[in-house]
Design a protein around this ligand. Structure first.
Ligand SMILES: Nc1nc2c(ncn2[C@@H]2O[C@H](COP(=O)(O)OP(=O)(O)O)[C@@H](O)[C@H]2O)c(=O)[nH]1
Ligand SMILES: [Mg+2]
Length: 331
């Protein structure tokens, strides 16, 4: 019997290899543990992982009284369909974005450094939620310790800029250079782990140019586009104008690069309330791993309603799924 490690396991393993702090290591190991198929042929790996997990927990406890009593605030377990992290200099509107789209208790203020710690909110998009994280500001000189660790682990990054600010070009440069200093390259495409040590991690990313409602901001938007448009996708926004925020949930959903698939038990109606969320490009095998957790080899055939098939068509287990497909798994 082969090990059949999931792409999620391999991804967590890759995160573990680049983890820099004990907290990042532990987070990656916990993810590996969750994703590891728990059967006979993986027993050796299970034992190794358990050993590494206990060593990582010990390292955190021994890392001084402070870290033993206080968890790393930047270790934010993912929830929902994916996680997106905001990055920006002070007062650009990060908290206004999270506050406007989620029920999270964020502090919006006209003075800088009003957000001392990250705050996670859930942005509803149709039948899923995307986790959006408000964060403390960064400046050319200062990044909160632990914050860049979150940049590497998350699913997508959004740089927020304030178009009403004279220093907007420098502020964006500050954010982008901190990101590239951490060997992260923002992309319009999929997240891609470094191919070799020292290479860059490709991370879905974009720049939200906020406060377009402020008179005169269009000049700054034009300059931003000229200077950074080739490097990063730029979307104008105003958190104070209703239409501005309406397109963000879909944007976030597209950034985390997942699809929703509905499982249908044979001879029954599909459960259209609770989609299974799998990465773009996932096949029936991958869905089966999500649905049957460790017992996926039981799935022998599948029928599909959805993209590019006749309703109820039999498909191979390596058939690539699409958003909103309905799948009947046969064991
Ligand atoms: N004019 C305008 N002001 C905004 C907009 N978004 C946020 N603000 C204001 O900018 C200030 C800083 O906002 P906040 O969300 O706390 O920024 P943060 O420091 O990046 O979290 C507050 O006074 C907000 O009311 C916007 O789209 N237009
Ligand atoms: Mg804030």
């Amino acid at each position: 019997m082969t090990l059949n490690l999931t792409p999620q396991y391999r991804e967590a393993d890759a995160k573990y290899r680049v983890a820099q702090t004990p907290e990042e290591k532990l987070a990656a190991l916990e993810e590996m543990w969750r994703e590891l198929p728990k059967h006979k042929s993986s027993e050796k790996l299970q034992a190794e992982l358990k050993k590494k997990l206990s060593a990582a927990r010990k390292a955190i406890l021994q890392g001084g009284k402070k870290s033993a009593t206080k968890a790393d605030p930047f270790h934010i377990p993912k929830s929902g369909a994916g996680q997106v992290v905001l990055i920006g200099t002070p007062n650009v509107g990060k908290s206004s974005i999270v506050g406007g789209l989620t029920n999270a208790h964020v502090k919006i203020a006209e003075y800088p450094f009003a957000t001392p710690l990250p705050v996670a909110g859930a942005v509803p998009y149709e039948d899923v939620k995307i986790q959006l994280i408000d964060t403390p500001p960064i400046t050319a000189e200062h990044i909160p310790p632990g914050f860049p660790g979150l940049w590497r682990l998350t699913d997508a990054l959004i740089v927020v800029a304030d178009l009403s600010c004279d220093s907007v070009l420098d502020d964006v440069e500050t954010c982008l250079s901190h990101i590239s200093d951490r060997l992260i390259e923002l992309t319009d495409g999929p997240r891609q782990l470094p191919e070799e040590p020292g290479a860059t991690l490709k991370m879905p990313g974009l720049l939200l140019a906020n406060k377009v409602d402020v008179p005169g901001s269009s000049d700054n938007l034009e300059m931003l586009r000229e200077l950074f448009g080739a490097k990063v996708r730029i979307e104008p926004l105003s958190t104070v104008e209703a239409y501005g925020m309406a397109f963000i949930p879909e944007l976030l959903f597209k950034m985390v690069r997942v699809i929703r698939v509905y499982a249908k038990p044979p001879h029954k109606k599909p459960d259209l309330d609770e989609p299974f969320v799998v990465p773009i490009g996932a096949d029936i095998h991958e869905l089966a791993r999500k649905v049957y957790r460790g017992l996926e080899t039981r799935v022998r055939s599948a029928r599909l309603w959805g993209h590019g098939v006749v309703d109820g068509q039999n498909v191979h287990l390596d058939h690539v799924l699409h958003d909103k497909d309905i799948v009947e798994l046969h064991t």
